[in-house]
Design a protein around this ligand. Structure first.
Ligand SMILES: [Zn+2]
Length: 260
């Protein structure tokens, strides 16, 4: 009797196992498939991420190509280049892009120091010389649109210091720079006066300078002249490219050279 009832239990268990087995195996297979699906989605996600990275890189490359093309076209049209693209070690402090200048007004919409390519190359070679002695050029002004020259003339019609816009300034040709020198820490060297100081104290022939200011002014002038510039007699900071006559007066706006 005992054996018979055990046998029944076994039979019932066996029938139950046979009935439930497909359900059990189905669950296992579903779980396996779900895990596999997640793996595939993961792989797809990673591959999309890689594609996105490539597209971003491609987009950046095209953007930079577009910007280069824009500058190339502007140079072809005007001859002007951004000084930083010729020598990025030159310090920039365009005073007319701030209100820290003799007019007390911001006259440039943005700090975009531009020069004729030939003038910029000469400035670079002067800067290379200064760097050997531990100094660098700081630019206070470079190319100036003719419209701004007209404003200068309204504010200070003194031909000793401001060129008559009827003829145009050498700044309007992108062939003149206003500069000083800084040391390795970026401190300006002692010079006869501040920038745009309109008195005979800014003249190269002024006799009352300190020996230090006199020496620095002469050192600046000597290297600039040897690099192809003409020193100005009434503004120690102003230098004309000696080839300035070959460049036209321009009125292209500085903001045209701003890159996105
Ligand atoms: Zn000047």
């Amino acid at each position: 009797m005992l054996n018979k009832s055990k046998l029944w239990v076994l039979i019932i268990l066996l029938i139950t196992a046979i009935t439930l087995a497909p359900v059990f195996f189905n669950r296992i297979s579903e779980t396996y498939n779900a895990v596999r699906q997640i793996d595939l989605l993961d792989e797809e996600n990673n591959s999309l991420k890689r594609d996105l990275k490539k597209l971003k890189e491609e987009n950046e490359r095209l953007q930079s190509q577009l910007q280069k093309q824009k500058l190339f076209t502007l140079e072809a049209k005007t001859g002007l280049v951004r000084i930083e693209d010729v020598d990025d070690t030159i310090v920039m402090e365009l005073r007319y892009a701030t209100d820290n200048n003799f007019t007390g007004q911001k006259l440039y919409p943005a700090s975009v120091p531009l020069l004729q390519r030939g003038t910029a190359n000469k400035l670079k070679s002067a800067n290379d010389r200064f760097k050997k002695d531990g100094y660098r050029i700081k630019v206070w002004d470079a190319y100036r649109p003719l419209d701004v020259q007209k404003k200068f003339w309204e504010l200070n019609p003194n031909r000793l210091y401001v060129a008559n816009p009827a003829y145009g300034s050498k700044h309007n040709r992108g062939s003149a720079v206003d500069i000083t020198l800084v040391d390795k820490l970026g401190n300006e060297l002692e010079m006869p006066t501040e920038f745009d100081h309109f008195s005979e104290r800014a003249w190269r022939s002024y006799a009352g300078n300190t020996p230090e200011a006199q020496r620095n002014m002469e050192y600046l002038g000597k290297i600039m002249e040897e690099s192809g510039f003409i020193a100005n007699s009434t503004e120690w900071w102003h230098f004309d490219d000696n080839a300035w006559k070959s460049y036209p007066v321009l009125n292209i706006q500085l903001e045209d050279f701003i890159l996105e």
